[in-house]
Design a binder for this molecule. Structure first.
Ligand SMILES: *Cc1c(COP(=O)(O)O)cnc(C)c1O
Length: 387
């Protein structure tokens, strides 16, 4: 089976994980710190916290900027459910902003309309979570301009986009946002099995997220609240100053992450080379690939195409499955999920996202995918391979 994506694991990866298993620290040890340092440096962000998955990372990000009951948070309907759920975890109301029909990312023009809609109701939006869909950055200059005008925080869901760039700067540097989130699930750009990270330029957001990821505990005696024990405090002392979680990642996972990160740049180059082959082969057909803006270097986590209609898409999907290709659909619009319909969303609310969903397919793309395979895949997509 040719999957739409797959991880790349070497003997070196395995050896580095095995070394951790033979060491003193399985968790909260030196590999976690080393991975955080390497990732922070790679992205150009001052602060990096590695956590157990991107869902937890998004939750921490929302909590740290103060998302709470009664707040409004906006994201894209074309994303994995976690981008929306994180705000619901905090008791907030989630609303969506429809996509641009060429980049498939949140459309800043529709974001402005939605913000004005809320302003007219006397409400304000607490946070916006743009999703860098398939590895291409959203129009962050436009979105951050709106943040200044309307006063909301920005959490970039960059689960797809590690290794990508926006205006020549690595995604994750938080130039246009408060916090950036990455995922290290095996289908994503690099993997730690399960894993995620939050990056920020803000010392206070970082320490808030660090505390919430570890039960809400502090160990710095200077910050302790009641001081009756002060004279006999020692290293055992800690205080729980708020309600936190255990969202930590292990040294076992981070050892893998360090090795993977070292190969990321080559993978991005290779994914871009393969995407160019796809684009060349599909050029002139009735299949439309995601348009990548000149401002972006996409990480090409996914290679997404649109068919002319729902029937052509279904026929191609069936053909692929019959021939052993693990093509997939990313994503079912979040607002059409039963959970979100119960919150009041209906089919028809985000027409561009819904139209996209009827026509889309993610084609196989990963380093090591054979060029001949791409040829064959394009023949299936364009209907040149029939019965
Ligand atoms: C994968 C993904 C997530 C969730 O990542 P986990 O690490 O599996 O929790 C969130 N948002 C987007 C856009 C994703 O693709």
């Amino acid at each position: 089976m040719i999957p739409y994506s797959k991880q790349n694991i070497t003997e070196e990866d395995i050896d580095s994980v095995a070394r951790v298993l033979r060491s003193e620290w399985l968790t909260q040890g030196p590999k976690v710190k080393a991975f955080e340092t390497a990732l922070g440096e790679y992205c150009g962000a001052q602060y990096c916290l590695a956590v157990c998955n991107a869902t937890a990372a998004l939750h921490l990000a929302c909590l740290s900027i103060g998302v709470s009951s009664g707040d409004i948070v906006l994201t894209s309907p074309i994303t994995f459910v976690a981008s929306a759920n994180c705000a619901v975890f905090c008791g907030a109301t989630v609303d969506f902003v429809d996509i641009d029909d060429e980049s498939f990312c949140m459309d800043p023009k529709q974001l402005r309309e939605k913000l004005e809609f809320y302003v007219n109701q006397g409400k304000s939006v607490k946070a916006v979570i743009p999703v860098h869909f398939a590895g291409q950055s959203c129009d962050m200059q436009a979105i951050s301009g709106l943040a200044k005008e309307f006063g909301f925080s920005i959490i970039e869901d960059a689960s797809h986009a590690l290794g990508g760039q926006y205006h020549q700067s690595p995604i994750g540097g938080c130039q246009y946002s408060d916090i950036t989130v990455f995922s290290f699930h095996p289908v994503k750009m690099i993997t730690t099995g399960e894993g995620g990270a939050v990056l920020t330029k803000s010392a206070s957001l970082y320490s808030k997220m660090q505390r919430l990821a570890s039960h809400g505990l502090i160990r710095d005696h200077e910050q302790f609240e009641n001081s009756e024990e002060k004279n006999w405090f020692s290293d055992w002392s800690y205080q729980q100053i708020e309600l936190g979680f255990n969202y930590r990642i292990t040294d076992i996972q981070c050892a893998l992450g360090i090795c993977q990160l070292a190969r990321l740049d080559n993978w991005v180059i290779e994914r871009n080379r393969l995407a160019t082959i796809y684009n060349t082969l599909l050029n002139g057909s009735n299949i439309i690939a995601q348009k990548v803006s000149r401002a972006c270097l996409s990480s090409y986590h996914l290679f997404v195409v649109l068919f002319p209609g729902v029937n052509e898409r279904l026929a191609a999907y069936r053909k692929f499955r019959e021939l052993g290709y693990g093509v997939n659909v990313h994503y079912i619009p979040v607002h059409t999920q039963p959970y979100y319909r119960r919150l009041g969303y209906k089919l028809g609310h985000f027409p561009k996202a819904e139209e996209y969903y009827r026509r889309t397919l993610s084609l196989p793309l990963y380093p090591g995918l054979d060029e001949m395979e791409i040829n064959r895949i394009c023949n299936i997509v364009t209907g040149r391979v029939s019965e």
